[in-house]
Design a protein around this ligand. Sequence first.
Ligand SMILES: Nc1nc2c(c(=O)[nH]1)N[C@H]1C(S)=C(S)[C@@H](COP(=O)(O)OP(=O)(O)OC[C@H]3O[C@@H](n4cnc5c(N)ncnc54)[C@H](O)[C@@H]3O)O[C@H]1N2
Ligand code: MOO
Ligand SMILES: [Mg+2]
Length: 419
Amino acid sequence: MRFARQTVSVKEALGKWQSVLPSLETEQVQIGEAYGRILACDLYATHDLPHFDRSPLDGFAVRAADTVGASVASPLALRVIETVAAGQVPTRTVTEGCAARIMTGAMLPEGADAVIMFEQTQNPGEHAETVWIKRALRPGENVSRRGEEMAKGTVIAKAGERINAGTIASLAAFGYAQVDVFRRPRVGLLATGSELLGIDEPLVPGKIRNSNTVMLTALIAEAGGIPVCFSGLPDELAVAKQKISEYMQQVDLLISSGGVSVGDFDVIALLTNEPDVELLFNRVAMRPGSPTTSMLVGGKPYLALSGNPGACFLGFELFARTAIRRLSGAAEAFPRMIRARLAVSYEKPCPYPRYLRGRLLEQDGVLLAMPDFNEKAGNLGTLKDSECFIVIPPGGSGKQAGELVEILTHAAPSWRKEG
Ligand SMILES: Nc1nc2c(c(=O)[nH]1)N[C@H]1C(S)=C(S)[C@@H](COP(=O)(O)OP(=O)(O)OC[C@H]3O[C@@H](n4cnc5c(N)ncnc54)[C@H](O)[C@@H]3O)O[C@H]1N2
Ligand code: MOO
Ligand SMILES: [Mg+2]
């Protein structure tokens, strides 16, 4: 036995892992660069929204009192005193018997308290001096009041929120040309294994092409990190240790694939005996990826994922994505679990919770989870089709079709429950 392994649950492992991850420093970015970043401070409405009473329609600004009794059968005449376009400030007050022609988004003139749309008037032509109102309006009808959407000082977005297109629209509306966000984490990446070939190398017996490095590069970038690729590790412990320490200096988080199990050349496992290494966990109660290991090397977080592509993928979603989000300052680092009904029975028993890759389907308003069945940890052909992990609890005889199962989503952010 090279070293003892104590099994921890996914929840415990995530708890330990998250507790050692700091939020990175903040920086200021232009709004055009802010998409996908995590806000570093709460932002407030800098003014009422809208900041003036305005018309939501093209029509006429009127005094509701002047429209009493108006109908299609007996329209009432009002004198048109000016035209107010969006962006203009009205120059005239609407007094008894008068109306101002007004465009959508334009400022409501003094005196007016309602707007009637062109379609409900007669003779609404551009230069008409008189317009006939075909229905009565209530005071306030068709008026967007100052501050009706948001009062000045309202929180528009909170620290820890991911900036999406909607956030950007709010920031723009309130004049935030720059925002404070957390720095994007630099995530180092390396693959171990002397069986690995470059992607452009011809196959030779016993060797395979390195698919994990490029897969992880894509996943890191997608999660908001900056991937930094390093060369692989030698099997020799002293050299491997020195390399890892070197790489660690350059990044906020280091991820490797392979070498975490008990094989003769699985060098990562041996690292945990080194002096400035603090082991967090090296066996997690999950399938695939049970040998997933994490540690602090010189105080910095290091995640060693299994080399098996399927296990590497799951390990990334559970631990690396969470780490990148935590380092990026996200308030909610772990995607919430949702529940769905299992589309077909899965009866294979397992001593650990099994995270089956799968897809989500909707049938008659019911969310169904369809397992992949291509479940060997070394298989990679269906990784591209995976949009969730279906959690089959340990023991027993799996789950029957129609039973509720926990789902960890990853490729379909719209499924993630917010708030
Ligand atoms: N005696 C035992 N053997 C194994 C155990 C065990 O408990 N006892 N656990 C198995 C489990 S579970 C897993 S998962 C793997 C973990 O393997 P490692 O993390 O040590 O990874 P490697 O040995 O380096 O490689 C495993 C597998 O993956 C392929 N691989 C590795 N790197 C890449 C890459 N960059 N791209 C594509 N494929 C890669 C590698 O060729 C191997 O086939 O250990 C089991 N063994
Ligand atoms: O943890 Mo391993 O990936 O189950 O085969
Ligand atoms: Mg191995």
